[in-house]
Design a protein around this ligand. Structure first.
Ligand SMILES: C[S@@+](CC[C@H](N)C(=O)[O-])C[C@H]1O[C@@H](n2cnc3c(N)ncnc32)[C@H](O)[C@@H]1O
Length: 242
């Protein structure tokens, strides 16, 4: 651990995410491999996609987000095997455009998915990938998954990392049914706010039901100061048909 003593929790998170990429692409996927990094931009400019390119033989990859940065686009230009998709990855057209890949990365995105909800998104991608590489802030207050907005305003803000004055969150409970101009959906359904508290039990059960077995699991510790959210890393792979 001494090697990591000067690293902040956010840096450790980066290492944990790179570790599961290396596990999934290095040990569970063929070489050359293919992957899709869903929601890979905010605050990291596609860092996990480029880590995969630098450390594995990648024949085809997709980086998908609704919002790209110039830095990510400039780096992507140097990777002919990488396709940029600026769109909502919950749209069936996006899944179709990606097509079969070895692995799908979902880092800090699953808890944001509504309409389609997180479990439906997993179903959609289970048809095109053999391996899910997931890092998510998981709900640890009991075994049941909760829609955070259903907790009511006071409890909602006690369980999300943003204060009620943050631009995305200011007056949120008065604006839930307003239309969001960019995403063209009600604000209660946009991915820019915290949406779900997903329990490990429900995530693993969903994966099992789709024929994906848990190959790797790590509790990476409490998420910031939130009592009920912990960073958990998962790798699931499709079981061979019998
Ligand atoms: C919390 S950030 C995580 C960024 C990065 N994956 C990481 O681990 O640091 C969520 C990112 O996913 C994108 N995102 C979330 N849901 C999305 C969706 N349904 N379609 C496209 N992009 C989405 C957001 O725009 C944002 O860039």
């Amino acid at each position: 651990m001494s090697l990591y003593k000067n690293l902040k929790p956010a840096h450790l998170t980066v290492l944990d995410k790179k570790e599961i990429i290396d596990y999934a692409l290095g040990r569970l996927s063929p070489s050359p491999c293919s992957f899709a990094d869903l929601g890979g931009i905010w605050d990291v400019d596609g860092e996990y996609t480029f880590h995969a390119f630098e450390n594995h033989d990648v024949e085809k990859a997709f980086l998908v987000d609704t919002d790209f940065t110039d830095k990510a686009l400039a780096k992507a230009e140097k990777r002919p095997a990488l396709q940029i998709i600026q769109d909502n990855f919950g749209r069936p057209e996006v899944v179709e455009k990606i097509g079969p890949v070895d692995a799908v990365f979902m880092f800090d995105v699953l808890l944001h998915q509504v309409s389609p909800d997180w479990d439906r998104i997993l179903e959609m991608y289970s048809r095109i990938c053999s391996c899910f590489v997931i890092f998510n802030q998981q709900w640890t207050r009991g075994d049941h998954t909760v829609r955070l907005l259903d907790l009511g305003e006071k409890e909602y803000f006690a369980n999300v990392p943003h204060d009620p004055e943050h631009p995305n969150y200011k007056g949120l409970f008065d604006r839930l049914d307003d239309m969001h101009p960019q995403h063209r959906r009600r604000i209660r359904d946009i991915h820019n706010i915290w949406q779900w508290g997903i329990s490990d039990k429900d995530l693993i059960a969903k994966m099992e039901a789709m024929g994906f077995g848990l190959q790797y699991y790590k509790n990476c510790g409490q998420f910031q100061k939130l009592e009920h959210f912990y960073n958990h890393a998962f790798v699931f792979s499709k079981r061979p048909a019998v």
